[in-house]
Write a protein of this length. Structure first.
Length: 327
């Protein structure tokens, strides 16, 4: 057994002109989340408890696109989604289309632990949340001034747009607004920069867990569901590894990225980092962009992305710790 390890991400696809102060804010948040996870690991909390704890922290801070600060739908509302998976017995819980749950990841955990199902959505999920006494807030709690401005820009561009960490005053100089349309699910988009948060942990017992949470895409259609709540696409954990993905949800769904990391470890016998590299290289079709963080039951940590940057951090029991954005 190689000891514990943890990795976190705040989304793949970063504007190269992102102001330095915003980069520093992101690194500070990732460092804080890593330190919360490390303390919990040193206190012998289980992997599944730690991924929930860390993602709750990411959802509560409006910096990244999950929980507070979630991207807005075409109607200016918030529809959040999340999933969590325990590698022990491959138990999982997922939720979509929720508008008033303060911490979607904790509702996903309750679905796993307290319901007969693995996945609840929209009004059914919120009804279950009420029965469980989950903390609920008005939809306004999640809506930031930055996101209102970004939704307006997305509508003007007639596009799905996301990079809300860029100050609106400097947007005209940002690479978020690209001249050459790219494709999502075969359809052209003039602007696209995806975001999600996630955490993967292997504890000192060798148990792996993963959790992912997001507000989705700016100006998305009401009712759109991405990869983050889909087990095997955005999130997966088993006895070999824990995986959380971020990026272009439609491409991640088509490539079943999270499950494929585990599959190539299991069936090809690849070590963790090689498995991540293989999946990024071989499983993203049509120019899909994504990032992956992963841990193995042996205490290894790995990541990969083919986008411009990924907000990420990782730490291992032997004292290694790293937080980064770019290659």
């Amino acid at each position: 057994m190689g000891g514990w390890a943890i990795a976190v991400h705040g989304g793949a696809g970063v504007d190269p002109n992102l102001p330095k102060e915003r980069q520093e804010e992101a690194k500070q948040l990732l460092t804080r989340c890593l330190n919360i996870g490390i303390s919990a690991l040193q206190s012998s909390l289980s992997a599944i408890d730690i991924v929930e704890l860390v993602v709750r922290e990411l959802e509560t801070d409006p910096l990244f696109n999950s929980g507070r600060g979630s991207a807005l739908t075409e109607k200016g509302t918030v529809e959040m989604e999340a999933s969590i998976m325990d590698g022990r017995g491959r138990r999982c819980g997922a939720v979509s289309g929720i508008t008033n749950i303060k911490n979607p990841i904790s509702l996903a955990r309750l679905i796993m632990d307290k319901s007969p199902h693995s996945y609840l959505a929209f009004s059914g999920a919120e009804e279950f949340a009420k029965q469980q006494g989950v903390v609920m807030v008005d939809n306004d709690y999640f809506i930031t001034e930055d996101n209102i401005g970004m939704l307006k820009l997305a509508k003007e561009a007639n596009s799905i747009l996301f990079d809300y960490r860029i100050p609106l005053s400097g947007l005209e100089s940002c690479a978020s607004v690209v001249e050459k349309p790219i494709q999502m699910n075969g359809l052209p988009l003039s602007v696209y920069s995806p975001e999600t948060v996630g955490c993967v942990v292997v504890d000192s017992q060798g148990n792996c867990a993963a959790a992912t949470s997001t507000g989705g895409l700016m100006n998305k259609m009401v009712g759109r569901i991405g990869d983050s709540p889909l087990i095997g696409a955005g999130t997966y954990a088993c006895n070999l590894c824990g995986v959380s993905c971020t990026g272009e949800g439609e491409a991640i769904i088509r490539g079943t990225l999270a499950r494929d990391v585990a599959a190539v470890m299991e069936y090809k016998g690849l070590p963790l980092q090689e498995a991540v590299d293989y999946v990024i290289k071989e499983r993203l079709d049509d120019g899909g962009k994504a990032g992956i963080i992963a841990v193995s039951s042996k205490g290894e940590v790995g990541f990969g992305f083919n986008s411009v940057g990924m907000f990420r951090g990782c730490a291992t029991e032997d004292g290694f710790m790293e937080v980064g954005i770019w290659e």
